[in-house]
Design a protein around this ligand. Structure first.
Ligand code: PRE
Length: 363
């Protein structure tokens, strides 16, 4: 570095050092506050309720509104998520089950929601993810529920029908698929491994850019990356987390055919979330088997001024040609309008289960 340059940036670096000292002191002060809150919760018999999704959502929303830049809102949210994750880990370390192996989009969703201080527990199936929390082996689960290109994740919906767990959060993740390989160029790639859904999401790109390569579906994108890392003429289609985890270079980035490819995950726990001010409620219901039954069931939402944001039907497996309906509405079940709609709905539905009220995804 030239003397002139050293002088020019020297003063600014001094300023950065002073800011870092302040940040360090402030971060530790914040961590001590969180520890104190942890102690107060324990004194009031709330030791098991340390994680407060509604409070975290309120903090992130407030900071997004206050944020003057130049840092973008996504970066600010990510940063404060890590700060809260570390503060929370001083109160009580959390464990999170998700569909593994490490490097899947489910892992990215879990880290986005709980930060890097959470203990990650990758599972081999969505059933195992539910079971880990139901059996008290993990505190929370993160499971995919719908993809913008491929639709609902049926296994998650089926398990939600019977689980005692509650939805206490949601994560919306933009899915960017990359071609990962140790091969020096596209011309060298003979085989492409990926999960069948990801191969489908990149179908047109593969036809255009790798028409001669064999497409091999495997259990997960992370497994595909593991395999591609061991074979120099193979590639995997997977996300950033897998690229990092298996140290694979990106031969081509963001190759998904649908540019808005997004997956929504739900967070499951043993407790309900409180009101955050911008919440959703998910429920599942079945209609009596007669004409007009569904519109009769949905009328209480309109009557109470509650907006419905999603309606998904699914075969009610035990009876042929009967269906259950998964519904998302705006608002928390403890808010009067939602409460009124749910009360009326419970009179009309043959079956009704509230899956949980939770803060709408913040970032
Ligand atoms: O406010 C609380 O209840 C806290 O425990 C503090 C804190 C935070 O770091 O701000 C930490 C964990 C909770 O999930 C919510 C917020």
């Amino acid at each position: 570095m030239s003397e002139e340059l050293r002088k020019a940036i020297g003063g600014v670096r001094d300023e950065i050092d002073a800011i870092d000292n302040e940040l360090l002191a402030l971060l530790n002060r914040r961590a001590s506050c969180a520890q104190r809150i942890g102690e107060i919760k324990a004194q009031h018999g709330e030791a098991g309720f340390v994680y407060r999704p509604e409070r975290e959502a309120q903090i992130l929303r407030r900071l997004q509104e206050l944020n003057p830049g130049p840092l973008g809102n996504d970066n600010v949210s990510w940063l404060f998520r890590q700060v809260m994750s570390l503060c929370l880990s001083l109160e009580q370390p959390l464990s999170v089950a998700f569909l593994g192996p490490l490097g899947t989009f489910s892992e990215s969703a879990a880290v986005r929601h709980f930060g890097h201080a959470a203990r990650l527990l990758p599972q081999v199936s969505i059933d195992d993810v539910f079971r880990e929390v139901e059996a008290n082996h993990a505190d929370f689960a993160v499971v995919p529920i719908e993809n913008s290109t491929e639709g609902a994740i049926g296994r998650t919906l089926d398990l939600l029908l019977t689980t005692p767990l509650k939805i206490c959060g949601e994560v919306v993740l933009r899915i960017h698929q990359h071609l990962l390989s140790n091969a020096p160029s596209l011309g060298e790639v003979r085989r492409v491994y990926s999960h069948a859904q990801s191969l489908a999401q990149c179908h047109e790109w593969l036809n255009r850019s790798l028409p001669g390569a064999q497409r091999i579906p495997v259990g997960s994108n992370a497994q595909a990356a593991q395999q591609a890392a061991a074979e120099p003429d193979a590639a995997a289609i997977a996300g950033d987390a897998a690229a990092e985890r298996y140290a694979l270079p990106k031969l081509a980035a963001s190759i998904e055919d649908e540019p808005n490819n997004t997956t929504r995950f739900v967070v499951l726990g043993r407790h309900e979330a409180g009101i955050s001010g911008r919440d959703k409620t998910s429920l599942v219901m079945s209609a009596p088997n007669r004409t007009g039954a569904l519109s009769y069931l949905l009328a209480p939402f309109t009557d109470s001024g509650v907006s419905m944001t999603r309606l998904e039907s699914r075969p009610a497996r035990h009876t042929l040609w009967e269906y259950v309906f998964f519904v998302d509405i705006d608002g928390h079940r403890d808010e009067p309008a939602v409460q009124a709609a749910l009360e009326e709905l419970s009179r009309r539905a043959a079956y009704l289960k509230t899956l949980g009220s939770y803060p709408a995804a913040v970032f």
